[in-house]
Design a protein around this ligand. Structure first.
Ligand code: ADE
Length: 233
């Protein structure tokens, strides 16, 4: 069981995005829980303001420390120990499968989604344990990256995937890309399913799939291929 808590200005975006399909089913079966905490609910400003100008000048607004901190406290107070707080930011370490594996072992995970030009540094120093990015590009806010990470972590939580769904995990675990797959019909637009897959010879099929994975990884992701090749000796 992992309890995900998302501190955000757009709770409906997170809730709608994460309660469909496999994750929706997992929430229903209580393998995971996903809660969105609306930072705006915690501002002490009487106009509901959560952002202000940056000291020292410069374009754009900054999320203020107080509402973020109080939103965090609302979660931290009800869980045991000090939870991991992931600040979703292009300034963070790049998210990858190993990080997902590690985070899937936690019981409570808090994601802080920034907006505008960022968040007041003082509250980040106070609460954040991990700074994580999903890649070298800039999005309008932290919600989509948080949802990407939650999806990748949640599918590793025991019970979330059914057996036939979990097979997909393996290929990335040993640094190889997935082999090509085919379903009915045998011929589509004059393209035949590779003969070996119809042979019923499982050993040969496995061999073919591995060869395909290796070839594809070498061609499309030489960086992953080098890693894999280095582990074969
Ligand atoms: N916020 C804006 N862009 C982002 C990115 N690439 N990763 C994580 N958080 C972000």
């Amino acid at each position: 069981m992992v309890n995900f808590h998302v501190l955000t200005l757009f709770p409906e975006m997170v809730m709608q995005g994460l309660h469909t399909s496999i994750l929706g089913r997992a929430v229903g079966k209580q393998y995971i829980s996903i809660e969105a905490v609306n930072i705006r609910d915690y501002t002490t400003d009487k106009h509901g303001k959560v952002d202000d100008y940056t000291y020292g000048g410069g374009a754009g607004m900054l999320m203020q420390a107080q509402p973020v901190y109080d939103a965090y406290l609302s979660v931290a107070r009800k869980v045991e120990g000090k939870p991991r707080v992931i600040y979703v930011t292009p300034q963070g370490k790049t998210f990858h499968q190993e990080m997902a594996n590690e985070l899937a072992k936690e019981e409570e995970l808090i994601f802080l989604c920034g907006h505008y030009e960022g968040v007041d540094e003082r509250v980040l120093e106070e609460i954040v344990t991990d700074y994580v990015s999903i890649g070298d590009y800039v999005l309008t806010g932290g919600e989509l990256p948080a949802m990407v990470m939650i999806d990748a972590i949640a599918r590793l939580v025991p019970g979330v995937l059914h057996n036939d769904e979990s097979a997909m995990t393996e290929s990335f675990h040993n640094d190889l890309l997935e082999y090509p797959q085919y379903s009915r019909p045998e011929v589509w637009r004059d393209k035949r399913v590779p003969e070996i897959l119809l042979s019923g010879n499982h050993a040969k099929v496995d061999e073919w799939r591995l060869a395909q994975s290796i070839e594809r990884t070498k061609r499309l992701r030489p960086d992953l291929y080098e890693k894999w090749a280095g582990r074969q000796t």
